[in-house]
Ligand binder design. Structure first.
Ligand code: ADP
Length: 357
C-alpha cells in the first residue's frame, strides 16, 4: 500500500519547482492502516502559494485510489527541524548492510615521527573524497594523535548509539570525510602510559564499533616507528595495503627500510603499495619555476628501485600544507596545486590496491 501511495504522490508536481513532491521532499510522512491514510506535507517556504493546491490534489488522488479509506492531509511550513545525529547514524546503518562494509583499509606508516605522515593521511583522504570515493580516517597514532585537529574536529564528542543490543560510536564528519580518533577517548598525556594490549583493544573497538557506514577507503594513521606495538596494532586492524611516508633525508636510512620490512614480514604479509616522499623540494613563491631540493634528491627513487617498491608521489614543502594542518582544513581543500599532487598519489594507490590488495 505504501508503495502505491508513493507512486500516486510522485506524479504530483510542484508547479514552481517542476519537481514532483516526493523527490522534492514535500512528503514528510505517510501513515496508513486498514481505515485511514494520513499524509504530512512540508513546504520549506512559509505561505507557499501552491501548498493548498497540492494538498487538495493529494487528497483527491488518494480518495480516488482508496475510496474505503478516510484521507487526512496535513500541511506544515518552514524547514524541517534538524534531525538528531544519532538517529541519522542509525538510519544510515540501516541503509547500508553493516558497519564492516569497508572496501579497503590502507595504513599510512612512517619510520619516524615528524615526516608528515598525519598530514599526508588527511590530504590523501580529501583527495580520494574529491575523486568521488567515500572515505574514513582512523587516527591510530596513540603517541601523537592529530587527525581531529587536522579536520577541525577537536571539540567533537562522539555519541554512542544502541543498535540491535550493540553499542556504536558515531564518527565526526568533516568535509565529507568520517573521522574517528583515539584522541577522542584518551587524554594525550595518558598515551605514553598505554600498554600495548590496552591500545589494541581500544583501536579494535574503534574500527569495528564505529558507524562508518559504507566506505570505499578507510585510511589508518599508524603510530610512527616499527616496534612490537605496531606489529600488534597492524595484526588487529585487517589492513589491506600500506603506504610509507618519508622525507628525502629519511628515505635511505634504516627507519624506512624497517618500515617496509615490517609489512613484508611473513607473519604480517601486507602489500606495501609504495612510498610517498614528503617535503621533496621547496619552491619560493617569487621563483615558481625553481625547485630547491634542500633535503637531497632522488633518494626515494633509488631506494624504491632497490627494494622493489613504488614511489607513489612527491609532495613539495608548501606553506598552505602547514597552514592547513593548523587551521583544521587540509590544504587539498583550498590549494589546487597541492590537490594535484595528492590526486596523483591517490590514483597510484587505487591502482596498486586493485593489483595487490
Ligand atoms: P607526523 O605525522 O609524521 O609526525 P605531521 O603530519 O604532524 O608529521 O607533520 C609534521 C609538521 O610538518 C606539521 O607541522 C606539518 O604541518 C608539517 N608538514 C608536513 N608536510 C608538509 C609539507 N609538505 N609542507 C609543509 N609543511 C609540512
Amino acid at each position: 500500500m505504501q508503495s502505491k501511495i508513493n507512486k500516486l504522490l510522485s506524479v504530483i508536481v510542484h508547479p514552481e519547482t517542476g519537481v514532483d513532491i516526493v523527490s522534492g521532499r514535500n512528503v514528510e510522512s505517510v501513515a496508513a492502516d486498514g481505515e485511514k491514510i494520513v499524509v504530512a506535507l512540508r513546504f520549506a517556504k512559509r505561505h507557499d502559494p501552491f501548498a493548498l493546491k497540492i494538498k487538495s490534489r493529494v487528497e483527491q488522488a488518494l480518495a480516488e485510489a482508496f475510496p474505503e479509506h478516510a484521507v487526512t492531509v496535513f500541511v506544515k511550513e518552514g524547514e524541517a527541524p534538524a534531525r538528531n545525529k544519532a538517529q541519522e547514524a542509525i538510519e544510515e546503518l540501516h541503509a547500508n548492510t553493516s558497519t564492516t562494509d569497508i572496501g579497503k583499509v590502507i595504513a599510512i606508516a612512517s619510520g619516524k615521527g615528524g615526516v608528515g605522515k598525519s598530514t599526508v593521511t588527511a590530504n590523501l583522504a580529501l583527495a580520494l573524497r574529491n575523486m568521488g570515493y567515500s572515505v574514513g580516517v582512523l587516527d591510530a597514532d596513540i603517541y601523537g594523535p592529530s587527525q581531529a585537529k587536522m579536520f577541525g574536529a577537536e571539540d567533537y564528542l562522539p555519541d554512542a548509539v544502541q543498535q540491535d543490543g550493540r553499542e556504536y560510536i558515531v564518527p565526526a564528519e568533516r568535509m565529507g570525510v568520517k573521522v574517528m580518533s583515539i584522541a577522542m577517548f584518551i587524554r594525550p598525556t595518558d598515551a605514553l602510559l598505554w600498554r600495548g594490549t590496552m591500545a589494541n583493544s581500544a583501536l579494535r573497538q574503534l574500527v569495528h564499533q564505529t558507524l562508518w557506514g559504507r566506505l570505499d577507503y578507510l585510511l589508518i594513521d599508524l603510530p610512527p616507528g616499527t616496534g612490537d606495538i605496531h606489529l600488534s596494532i597492524i595484526n588487529e586492524l585487517h589492513i589491506d595495503g600500506a603506504v610509507i611516508v618519508s622525507t628525502p633525508q629519511q628515505v635511505a636510512v634504516a627507519d624506512v627500510v624497517r618500515g617496509v620490512e615490517m609489512f613484508r614480514n611473513p607473519n604480517v604479509a601486507i602489500p606495501v603499495l609504495g612510498i610517498v616522499e614528503n617535503m621533496a623540494w621547496f619552491t619560493p613563491k617569487e621563483l615558481p619555476d625553481n625547485r630547491y631540493y634542500i633535503f637531497g634528491r632522488g633518494g626515494a627513487a633509488r631506494y624504491a628501485a632497490e627494494a622493489g617498491v613504488e614511489v607513489l608521489g612527491e609532495i613539495p614543502i608548501v606553506q598552505s600544507i602547514m597552514q592547513g594542518s593548523d587551521d583544521g582544513m587540509p590544504a587539498v581543500a583550498t590549494d589546487s596545486e597541492v590537490e594535484k599532487h595528492y590526486r596523483e598519489v591517490a590514483r597510484k594507490i587505487i591502482e596498486g590496491c586493485a593489483k595487490h590488495c
